[in-house]
Design a protein around this ligand. Sequence first.
Ligand code: RB5
Length: 148
Amino acid sequence: MIALACDHTALEMKKEIKSLLDSMGLEYKDFGTFTEESCDYPVYGYRAAKAVASGECDRGILICGTGVGIGIAASKVKGTRVCTCSDVYTATLSKRHNNSNILTFGARVIGPGLAVMIARAWLEEPFEGGRHQRRVDQITAIENGEAL
Ligand code: RB5
């Protein structure tokens, strides 16, 4: 189950991502927003991130104007590993090496074609594990207040 969220800047792009998920046979849950009325991206970023952190959803794709605000908000939820990016390479490696569980991008930064390519690459890429698991575990340790 993929958690989706956006603010008022990204409704059209969220539709494009839904079409991609439909074509890939992946289920999703939309945490809003649902209208073009100006809204606060932290609300929707938080709701979707909570669903990922709790295990209700496996991963999340969150979109605002830049991808930055909704990504910062989501990253405040313990258990998230957020990748904000505008290119396929970063999205792919963020899964392969960092096991990112939330992808964000900006509807005012990239076009729908690139957004779909980024999302597809990120969804299809496996986590490599091995030495990268150790590093992801170190990130979790930092999150838990442990010293490295
Ligand atoms: C909304 O104007 C804009 O600030 C928001 O979409 C996002 O880009 C914030 O990071």
